[in-house]
Design a protein around this ligand. Structure first.
Ligand code: ADP
Ligand code: MG
Length: 263
């Protein structure tokens, strides 16, 4: 009797010292279960620790998801693969998160409304669940962030800080053309992550149109070279998912994204 109250007290102290409050929540209940079902000591210890680790991973993932700046929450589970059957297997291969350990990149190309941003966010949320820190922003926002850092003389520090994120998502490359300075900053971001940490980029333009966006074919080519050296390129096709079943098949901008015309 005394010894069990002593153990309870000690357990409370130890769980507090380990900052593992879930241990306290589950220890008694699992001990009953262990006695009923004749678990070994090892099974019991593993069950208790497993609950703590699962709870930590879940709350850690949630914190990382909120910190990533996704805007809206879109998951890979919500994605309707029947609308994009060609990429189903590619996405399935990416959900394990192996691309993050290998610092590989993902490029999502395709016309507006085909699910590029949705998939980028879905892959980002998956990365958060795998324990990686993620930052999401549009290309324009990244350029603003890097320009500010550059102007204040802290670009190297900013790039070093960003390298600590396992995944950076750059949405909407190509919606707006960049100034020459911006293109160089962008190039530095890509270079600083090359073979070190992953990038996901989305664009409604084929690579052949990126020179126009960056105002410089040489910078664009050097950047694309680094991005695609270790990358999965997923090409989404078809009409906008937003406009499906509305009798509208094409948007005017789709014509610029087919890659037929060199621009
Ligand atoms: P893009 O970035 O290619 O312009 P989005 O990812 O923003 O397109 O998609 C537009 C909208 O349609 C979003 O609300 C997105 O969740 C939805 N959507 C697009 N494709 C799909 C899909 N295959 N399954 C489910 N929702 C989709
Ligand atoms: Mg988008």
């Amino acid at each position: 009797m005394t010894s069990s109250t002593d153990s309870a007290k000690q357990l409370r102290y130890l769980a507090g010292a380990l900052k593992a409050p879930r241990i306290l929540d589950v220890a008694d209940r699992l001990a009953d279960q262990a006695r009923d079902q004749g678990w070994s000591f090892e099974d019991y210890l593993a069950a208790v620790l497993e609950r703590e680790v699962a709870a930590r991973n879940a709350s850690g993932a949630e914190i990382r998801i909120r910190a990533a700046g996704f805007g809206t929450r879109k998951t890979l589970e919500d994605f309707d693969y029947d609308a994009q059957p060609a990429i189903r297997n590619q996405i399935a291969a990416l959900t394990g998160g192996g691309f993050l350990t290998e610092a590989r990149n993902i490029v999502l190309l395709g016309p507006p409304g085909t699910g590029k941003t949705h998939l980028a966010i879905g892959l980002g949320i998956q990365a958060c669940r795998h324990g990686y820190r993620v930052l999401f922003a549009t290309a324009t926002d990244w350029v603003t962030r890097l320009s500010d850092a550059h102007r204040q003389g802290r670009l190297p520090a900013e790039l070093a800080k960003l390298r600590r994120y396992g995944l950076i998502i750059i949405d909407e490359v190509g919606y707006l053309p960049f100034e020459q300075d911006a293109a160089n900053l962008f190039f530095q971001l890509v270079s600083s992550r090359y073979e070190h940490a992953s990038l996901i980029l989305t664009s409604n333009l084929p690579f052949s149109g990126w020179g126009g966006v960056f105002g410089d074919q040489v910078v664009a080519a050097a950047m694309i070279d680094r991005i695609v050296h270790h990358a999965d390129v997923l090409t989404l096709k078809g009409a906008s998912y937003r406009l499906r079943n509305r009798g509208i098949d094409t948007l005017p901008s789709i014509r610029t994204t087919t890659g037929d015309n060199e621009n």
